[in-house]
Every structure is written in structure tokens, then in C-alpha cells.
Ligand binder design. Structure first.
Ligand SMILES: NC(=O)c1ccc[n+]([C@@H]2O[C@H](COP(=O)([O-])OP(=O)(O)OC[C@H]3O[C@@H](n4cnc5c(N)ncnc54)[C@H](O)[C@@H]3O)[C@@H](O)[C@H]2O)c1
Length: 328
């Protein structure tokens, strides 16, 4: 049985301990491509546990012993999945582990922005009780939300929104309308910019791919109503951050909650950090205590499946199995 490599910061401790109790694990410091390639080859590493580490074609081409990448998260945009398939490396993720955590953060963001909670909080800290005469919050009941990407998280957000009395439309061309509508959600298979003025809330749940990069661009933002808010808990690259910064400053939209940024961590002079209408968090929507435990334990289950010669339950690149058969 081969060894597994992990990096700092590592996964939740109880999950890591479980992996260590079953398999041989080598723990490295922070990820850096060339030293990692050396370590994989030196120790004949079979699997690596990743979260945000960039797994490039160069790494995959240079490490013939590597057979799987166990991602501690849902999104795999940090991994060149096509190259992994080409080199026979399984990519495993943990899709059912943190959707409630992310959806809760979306609901919180929508309420905080609509209820003007941050300006109230800041004013109270500065002895400005009269803020209540200047700033007024908005109710979310009867607002209209557009959910972009109606997967695990989008569907959970939709259920929570409906409890708040928010009317939900989902954009996801890959799903059957009968499936989406069965949940009482309107279905869009195509975005018509002329129809975006109808929405008060845009919640982004698309994976970052070449098709979704800068999905929210200037044209999209120009099509929204001035009172609209955007919540992005998917990946920074799905939103053109510079355009959203400008749209907020120019009053084209009312607010944005961004858990994810185009560059993480952001540069110290990134304008979005100083934008008072941007509610920011450091990519933690899915990182509740409970979700971290679930993620790490699912990573263990994926690794166990691999070593038991089962098809891992969360294998992203199923084609890799055909490739293996071709090799045999
Ligand atoms: N901020 C965080 O902490 C955090 C945590 C978990 C997940 N995420 C991100 O959230 C994203 C969504 O997660 P999920 O679990 O709901 O994923 P999912 O795979 O269940 O759902 C994604 C949905 O997007 C749809 N989709 C894909 N490409 C599309 C396109 N071009 N246009 C429209 N729809 C498209 C798919 O059909 C699918 O229904 C992940 O990809 C990940 O990047 C972030």
C-alpha cells in the first residue's frame, strides 16, 4: 500500500487522525510545486489530500506514482482535471459535506445586507444612535431571488429562501424543468439580460469553469435594478470583481456579499477591501465546525474506497476508469 501526502494547512484533525490510523501519511509544510513533485517521487506517493493547492499538468506529468487526489471540498477548480484523467489520476471530492453551511451563510448575508445590519453596528460603535433616522432596512419577504446553479447548494438555498417568503427562480440549463419546478421554483435555461431587473437577490452557486468565468460581468451588472444585491459563495472567478467594485461605487447595485475573491488571500491594496458596500468573508461559507468534520471524514471514505479497489463514491473524472482499462 502506498503513502499519502498532506499539506499545511491540513484537514480537520479527527478526519486526519482517522486517515493516519489506517494509512501511511507523510505531512509536508505549505504546498510548493517543485518540492512537492520531489516528495511524491522520492516517497512513491499514491495519493495527495488537497484543498486549494494548484495541481497542474506539470505536476501530474512528473509524478507517475500518483493515483488519486482527494480534494477536501466540493469545487475542484484548483485541479487540472483533464490532465489528471490523461495521466490516470482519480480526482475525488466531498460533495455532500458543507451545503447547509454555505446556504446558511447565504441567508445570513441576504438578511444582513437588507436589514442594513453593518451600518447600524458600526454607527452604534461610534456613538451614532441617530443612524436610525438616516438608514432604513428592507424586508426580504416577497423579494425575488435568482439562483445561478441549482445544484446541492443552490437547492438548499432555495428551500431556506422559500421559508422566508422569497420567490425563487433558478438558472441551470443542465436540469429538467420538471425537476426544478417540483420544488416550487421557476426554471430558467437561459439568462436574458433584459429580464434581470425583476430580481432583488442574485445568489451565485456555479462551479468555476471556462464557461462560468466572469459570468457576472459588466453587462450582467448593468442589467440589474439599483436595489439588487449579489451574494457569491461559489468561486471568486465567477464574478468580475473589478466590475462589481465599480458597480457598488456607482450605485448600480445596492450591496454584495463576497465569501470568495478572485485572488485569495486578496492583495492588501485590493479595492474591494475598502468598499463599504461589500460584505466580505475569507472563503469560510462552508467551514463550520460540523462541515469541516464531515468533509475530512468523507475524504477518509474516498481514500478507503480507493485502497479497497472500489470505485470511490465521489469520483469526479469517471473517464479515468476507461483509461485504466485501456492501459490493462
Ligand atoms: N465558499 C465555500 O466555502 C464553498 C463551499 C462549498 C462549495 N463552494 C462552491 O460552490 C459551488 C457549488 O457547489 P454545489 O455543491 O452546489 O455544486 P453542484 O455540483 O451540486 O452544483 C452546481 C450546479 O451548477 C450547474 N452548472 C454547472 N455549470 C453551469 C453553467 N455553465 N451554467 C449554469 N449552471 C451550471 C450544474 O448543473 C449544477 O446543478 C462549488 O462548485 C464550489 O465552487 C464554495
Amino acid at each position: 500500500m502506498g503513502s499519502i501526502l498532506t499539506f499545511q494547512p491540513s484537514i480537520e484533525k479527527s478526519g486526519l487522525d482517522l486517515i493516519k490510523s489506517h494509512f501511511h501519511v507523510i505531512e509536508l509544510g505549505a504546498f510548493s510545486e517543485n518540492p512537492v513533485i520531489d516528495a511524491i517521487n522520492r516517497h512513491q506517493i499514491v495519493g495527495i489530500v488537497t484543498r486549494t493547492e494548484k495541481i497542474t499538468e506539470k505536476l501530474l506529468a512528473s509524478t507517475p506514482s500518483l493515483k488519486f487526489i482527494a480534494q477536501n471540498g466540493v469545487g475542484v477548480d484548483n485541479i487540472d482535471v483533464d490532465a489528471a484523467t490523461k495521466y490516470g489520476v482519480q480526482v475525488l471530492n466531498v460533495p455532500n459535506s458543507n451545503y447547509t453551511a454555505v446556504a446558511e451563510q447565504v441567508v445570513m448575508s441576504v438578511l444582513v445586507l437588507n436589514k442594513k445590519f453593518l451600518p447600524y453596528h458600526q454607527a452604534m460603535k461610534h456613538d451614532d444612535y441617530d443612524v436610525r433616522e438616516r438608514i432604513v432596512g428592507t424586508e426580504v419577504v416577497n423579494q425575488r431571488a435568482l439562483i445561478l446553479g441549482y445544484g446541492q447548494i443552490g437547492q438548499t438555498v432555495a428551500r431556506m429562501f422559500k421559508i422566508l417568503g422569497i420567490h425563487v427562480t433558478a438558472y441551470d440549463p443542465y436540469l429538467l424543468s420538471s425537476f426544478v419546478q417540483a420544488e416550487g421554483v421557476s426554471h430558467l435555461k437561459k439568462i436574458e439580460y433584459s429580464e434581470l431587473k425583476a430580481f432583488d437577490i442574485i445568489s451565485v452557486h456555479l462551479p468555476l469553469t471556462e464557461h462560468t468565468h466572469h459570468f457576472i460581468n459588466r453587462t450582467f451588472l448593468d442589467s440589474l435594478k439599483e436595489s439588487a444585491i449579489i451574494v457569491n459563495t461559489s468561486r471568486g472567478g465567477v464574478v468580475d470583481q473589478n466590475e462589481i467594485d465599480q458597480a457598488l461605487k456607482q450605485g448600480k447595485i445596492a450591496g454584495a456579499a463576497l465569501d470568495v475573491l478572485e485572488s485569495e488571500p486578496p492583495a492588501i491594496d485590493d479595492p474591494i477591501l475598502k468598499n463599504e458596500k461589500a460584505l466580505l468573508s475569507p472563503h469560510v461559507a462552508g467551514d463550520t465546525r460540523e462541515a469541516k468534520v464531515r468533509c475530512a471524514h468523507f475524504v477518509f471514505e474516498n481514500i478507503k474506497d480507493y485502497f479497497q479497489n472500489k470505485i470511490p463514491r465521489n469520483l469526479i473524472n469517471l473517464n479515468v476508469l476507461n483509461r485504466k482499462e485501456e492501459d490493462e
